[in-house]
Every structure is written in C-alpha cells, then in structure tokens.
Design a protein around this ligand. Structure first.
Ligand SMILES: Nc1ncnc2c1ncn2[C@@H]1O[C@H](COP(=O)(O)OP(=O)(O)OP(=O)(O)O)[C@@H](O)[C@H]1O
Ligand SMILES: [Mg+2]
Length: 262
C-alpha cells in the first residue's frame, strides 16, 4: 500500500530524516519506535503532506528552508508532491501528537465535526461504526470533551480520525501522557480499527512496551535513520532494543520476583 524510498528531509542544512526505506502492506499495523527528536513527527508530517504546507509557510516567512527528497508511493502513485488535502481525500489521515479536540463541545459534536467532509447520512452510519469500535465513548456522547480523562480524550482523538474514513491512519504518539492501563486500552482500540474497519496503521511512539506486542511489523528510528526492522516479537527479543527501550524498567536479575512496573 505504501512504499517509501530513500526519503530525506532537511531543515535548512540539518538532516532530520536520512534516506528512509519503509513499506506498509494493506491491513498492517506498523510501529515506528524512536526516542525524542528521532524524527517520528517529521516522518508522519512528510507522509501526510503537512511538510509541504510547512515548507510553503517557511518560504513565505523567510524562515529556514525545508527540503524533501525521495519517493512515497501510495497505492502505486508517487504522492510526494501531493498537497495534504489530496492525500486526505485518498484516505491518508494524520492524528497528531496531542490531537486537538474541541473541549467546549460534546463528544458527539466533536465526532460530527471530524466527519465534516461527509453527508449527514454518512456521518450517521459512521457514528454507529465508530461507537462499535470505541464502545467506551458511547455513554459519554453528551459529555463536554474537555471533561474527559486523558485516556478518554485520546480515544476520542482516534475516533475523530476514524470519522474521516481513513485507509491509512498515521498516529503520532497516541500514548503520550497516558497511564499504562490507558496505553493498553488505546492500543486495543488501534487493533479494533484494523480488525473492524480494515484501517492500515502506522504508529510512531516512544513507548515500545505497549506497542510492540500489537504491531505486525516495526522499525526503530534513531537520529533520522531506521536502524532495525522486524516483526513485533523480533523487536521485543532483540538485545539492542531491549537495552535501549526496556533496560531501565526490567526486573533486576539480582532481585528475583521484582516486577517491571511498566
Ligand atoms: N520545523 C522544524 N525546524 C527545524 N528543525 C526541526 C523542525 N521540526 C523538527 N526539527 C528537527 O528535526 C529532528 C526530528 O524532530 P521530530 O520532531 O521529527 O522528532 P520526534 O521523533 O517527533 O521527537 P518527539 O518525540 O520529541 O516528538 C529534531 O532534531 C528536530 O529538532
Ligand atoms: Mg514528535
């Protein structure tokens, strides 16, 4: 469905993405794990087309030049020059870090706003589908979105992305700031998106632990380079990944019975 070849992004002369190659097959959940400044947001902005808008704005304001090179083939077409709205129409939808919701509006209103491109009937059908995938939101329909817990707000953000009927959903750190329990719940919702709505997902995250068991395949992103790829279980069992992502939270060997906390 998606083939990225030799993707490079520069902010002025600083390399943010250094020649990435990545493939995503229809129906997969693909994880990209990386720490702060690894390039996760830049990757998703480049796939969603947002980087083109940023480039235009930066050019207008005389700010640093943004350069993008390489190929992004989506369903067989090179989309690297396509604007964001054209990509959204073709089903590429980005849910950003701390995805904005409308705190003064109800959950239901937020969902309807997110489906603004659709007809009333389509929105009604989509709402039924959305509540099937996110049953916890159903009883909260009339509640002001600003009064939801962090985890519930994140569920709402995912549900809002679903209202745009994505084929390829790009999730930028959907677990940010959530408790381990809520992180697991959000990941379960991501699996439901795949299973019940047939959505293909790329999820960029710092938290490897809740993500790796759920993904079909994953990559590790470090300093703008993909340094490792494999299935979720290959990533979990790789000594490098373990050292980098689980090292500090695993039970120490000299204290048998101690449980990792996350
Ligand atoms: N608009 C910008 N202008 C200049 N440099 C940028 C810009 N956006 C990102 N960068 C740089 O590109 C690199 C990658 O940043 P990016 O935001 O993609 O990382 P990230 O993995 O999303 O990090 P985080 O986990 O903190 O969200 C960083 O070195 C960052 O400073
Ligand atoms: Mg980011």
């Amino acid at each position: 469905m998606l083939e990225v070849e030799n993707l490079m992004v520069f902010f002025e002369n600083a390399l943010a993405l250094g020649g990435l190659n990545l493939t995503v097959k229809q129906g997969e959940i693909v994880g990209v794990v990386g720490s702060n400044s690894a390039g996760k947001t830049t990757l998703l902005n480049t796939l969603s087309g947002l980087i083109n808008d940023m480039r235009t704005q930066a050019g207008r304001r005389g700010k640093e030049r943004i350069s993008v090179y390489g190929q992004i083939r989506y369903k067989g077409e090179d989309i690297i020059d396509w604007p964001t709205h054209q990509r959204v129409k073709q089903g590429i939808v980005l849910s950003r870090e701390r995805h904005p919701i409308f705190p003064e509006s109800s959950v239901l209103e937020n969902l309807k706003i997110a489906g603004y491109r659709r007809s009333k009937r389509e929105i009604r059908d989509q709402l039924t589908e959305t509540f099937r995938i996110f049953p916890t939101l159903h009883p909260l329909g009339k509640r002001k979105a600003g009064f939801l817990s962090g985890g519930e707000q994140q569920m709402l953000a995912l549900a809002m992305a679903l209202m745009a009927r994505p084929s390829l959903l790009l999730l930028d750190e959907p677990l940010l700031g959530l408790s381990p329990l809520m992180q697991t719940a959000v990941m379960a919702a991501v699996v439901h998106l795949k299973q019940f709505a047939g959505v293909t997902v790329i999820i960029c995250e710092q938290y490897a632990r809740p993500v790796l068991p759920v993904i079909d395949r994953g990559y590790v992103l470090e300093n703008g380079m993909l340094t490792f790829s494999g299935t979720g279980s290959e990533l979990i069992s790789s000594p490098e990944i373990n050292a980098a992502y689980f090292g500090s939270i695993q039970a120490p060997a000299d204290r048998p019975g101690t449980q990792g906390t996350v």
